[in-house]
Design a protein around this ligand. Structure first.
Ligand code: HEC
Length: 99
């Protein structure tokens, strides 16, 4: 049991803590495009990847990539440009929590 707690503490220290409630509000615009039911229909001319259930780490990496321009995509750069590291952690925690 002690070992498990130590591992959890380590995992927590390695990542900024995401706040699911804060992320829910921040993700509202995101889900207009990445919404579960309409994720292809909103923009019928191109595919919008589904985010629901995506791992938080993956979302954080993707958003930081778009924010820095490392991952080039005009639309997503515009969406990620204003986000702080904490915003990104919150959004990722929320999206990862959607069942
Ligand atoms: C105007 C529509 C639109 C909005 C709004 C939008 N996105 Fe996106 N998003 C896209 C498209 C299109 C892509 C695919 C880009 C590419 O090909 O790299 C994408 C890609 C992503 C990816 C990478 C997914 C993958 O599978 O690699 C993440 C993560 C993501 N968006 C998160 C967000 C978040 C979080 C927000 C809100 C802050 C947001 N998006 C707002 C259209 C949108």
């Amino acid at each position: 049991m002690k070992k498990v707690l130590a591992l959890l503490a380590f995992a927590g220290a390695a990542h900024a803590e995401g706040n699911v409630e804060a992320g829910r509000a921040l993700a509202e615009t995101c889900l207009g495009c990445h919404g579960v039911a309409h994720y292809v229909n909103t923009y019928p001319t191109y595919h919008v990847p589904k985010l629901k259930g995506q791992h938080a780490e993956y979302i954080v990496e993707a958003l930081k990539g778009y924010r820095s321009g490392e991952r080039a995509h005009e639309t997503m750069h515009a969406n990620a440009a204003q986000l702080s590291d904490q915003d990104i952690a919150d959004i990722a925690a929320y999206i990862a929590s959607i069942k």
